[in-house]
Design a binder for this molecule. Structure first.
Ligand SMILES: Nc1ncnc2c1ncn2[C@@H]1O[C@H](COP(=O)(O)OP(=O)(O)OP(=O)(O)O)[C@@H](O)[C@H]1O
Length: 498
């Protein structure tokens, strides 16, 4: 994928009906000046995280023409430029005009093929551009990240030396992914004639990072955007290494996960109320799963985590699980699980897959037993003869090895990633076609997020597979997940059953 990116951008641009570069007339003409060389250089390094639709399946110019002639629903760019008159939000408060950087960002998205907004983008962007706080509650893989970045890039000023946007994430891995998206979108500044000299700086303040180096950077020249895990962020805020006085947008991604975590919740509350005030910023909470959302919204207002007119954008409320996922289960004995997985891999021929394994208990660690992940990896390395790379990612690995696994996954050669729930939240690996629950997750919400690591191409009509390898006594647990999340799981019978 990475090696194709430059040619994809060029291919799309050839078909796009754009005029010659006229930077000074940019705003009147609404036709972009796109520094292709510069963009293609940037994308060739970073795009592995951002699935670029291929130009053949995404005929931009043709689609634009058709949409223009058919009284179409708005494109992403139009939403950003016009704030969509007559949109879902009726109580628009004095909406500011779209900033050049919002338009540039949307133009950049269009150039890489992101023409049509996803449901959550269509519903939430007008709300966000109107200045409201927002709870983005939409399926996994539905494009919530871009939604809040379009808001961020509409609000921040690269000429100002202060932290203006903060994105809080639960894991280092998700933080690294979001930082890359932020940096990719920052490339849009090259299309804005007013911002020639200044760039949007993005800092990743993540657990396991080099905080000492970050401290000097924060003091010398505060970045416009910070992506942080709550632990690292709190350390620096407590020591007053930097302040959030100029904060315009605060995003808490995977908000339900962070509020559920006993380690992180008190720091999160402090961030939301003591280090900055909801009256001075726009607050965005995002997740595919917000249990008891009415209660949560009530708490948001009561505790002043958000302003009183926070809008709950809830997409696909009837069906929390993406419709493109096809769920199956195989019942077998404990000892046959490895063999069943192997047979599934041989018959499914995944393009890439993630195999979720339960975390090792403290008791089993203390007794010196090998973890299930290690046993499984050893088994696959000895028995799997297919073309995919077998990789491991789990909490107990050090940060460097974790980063190396993710880099290998993103090389694009096809992978079988054996992992614990550490990759279940937010990680975007669009090449994943199959999920295997080697061990069932503990809760329905965990099932939803694990399953959501596949089916991450918003407009694809492909089917993606989630397969559960269970013991007969676990059938009722899976049934409970099915009822709670309203999906159907089909039984698969296999000859290798033990
Ligand atoms: N308008 C769009 N057109 C095409 N692809 C898009 C669009 N918006 C987002 N995407 C792509 O969809 C994929 C999923 O997006 P994203 O990671 O934001 O999902 P999410 O809603 O945050 O999911 P999760 O809840 O699992 O974190 C990404 O690869 C992203 O590049």
């Amino acid at each position: 994928m990475a090696s194709n990116s430059a040619s994809q951008i060029l291919a799309i641009t050839k078909t796009a009906p754009y005029s010659k570069p006229r930077a000074s007339r940019f705003h009147q003409s609404r036709k972009p000046y796109l520094n292709l060389c510069c963009l293609s250089q940037k994308f060739s390094n970073d795009n592995a995280l951002f699935c670029l639709p291929n130009s053949k399946s995404f005929p931009l110019a043709k689609e634009l023409e058709e949409r223009n002639s058919n009284n179409h629903s708005p494109t992403l760019r139009e939403i950003c430029q016009d704030h969509v008159p007559g949109n879902v939000l009726r109580r628009q408060v004095s909406a500011p005009p779209p900033s050049p950087s919002t338009i540039c960002t949307s133009l950049l998205l269009e150039e890489v093929g992101y023409l049509v907004p996803t449901d959550v983008q269509r519903e939430a962007l007008p709300v966000l551009f109107s200045g409201n706080d927002c709870i983005l509650h939409a399926q996994t893989g539905s494009g919530k990240t871009l939604t809040y970045f379009l808001l961020i890039y509409s609000q921040i000023n690269p000429k100002k030396s202060a932290v203006q946007a903060l994105i809080v994430v639960p894991t280092r891995e998700l933080g690294m992914q979001i930082t890359k998206v932020a940096r990719m979108l920052a490339a849009a500044r090259h299309m804005d004639p007013e911002l020639e000299q200044k760039s949007y700086t993005v800092m990743a303040l993540l657990d396991g990072g080099m905080l000492r180096r970050h401290k000097s950077w924060l003091k010398a020249e505060p970045p416009a955007i910070v992506v942080a895990t709550i632990g690292s962020l709190s350390q620096l805020l407590e020591k007053q290494i930097f302040k959030l006085d100029s904060l315009r947008v605060l995003v808490v991604d995977e908000v339900d996960f962070l509020f559920k975590s006993s380690k992180q919740v008190s720091s999160l509350r402090k961030l939301l109320t003591s280090y900055s005030s909801c009256n001075n910023r726009q607050t965005v909470f995002a997740s595919a799963s917000i249990l008891q959302h009415r209660r949560f919204i009530h708490d948001c207002i009561q505790q002043k985590w958000t302003k009183g007119d926070v809008v709950h954008v809830h997409v696909n409320r009837i069906m929390p699980m993406p419709a493109c996922l096809y769920h199956r289960f195989v019942i077998c004995g404990r000892k046959a699980k490895h063999q069943v997985l192997l047979s599934l891999l041989q018959s499914d021929l995944p393009e890439s897959g993630i195999i979720f394994v339960g975390e090792q208990s403290e008791k089993s660690k203390k007794s010196g037993q090998a973890s299930s992940t290690t046993v499984l990896i050893d088994f696959l390395r000895a028995s799997y003869e297919g073309p995919l790379d077998i990789l491991l990612l789990e909490e107990d690995m050090n940060f460097n090895s974790r980063a190396a696994s993710l880099t290998d996954v993103r090389k694009g050669d096809g992978y079988l990633l054996v992992s614990t729930d550490i990759v279940a939240r937010g990680i975007d690996l669009p090449e994943t076609t199959h999920i295997y629950n080697f061990d069932l997750p503990k809760t329905a919400i965990d099932y939803l997020h694990r399953a959501g690591r596949t089916g991450r191409k918003p407009f694809s009509d492909k089917k993606y597979y989630v397969t559960n390898i269970i013991l007969s006594e676990e059938r009722f647990v899976l049934q409970r997940f099915e009822n709670e999340l309203m999906f159907h799981c089909e039984e698969l019978t296999m000859e290798t059953q033990g």
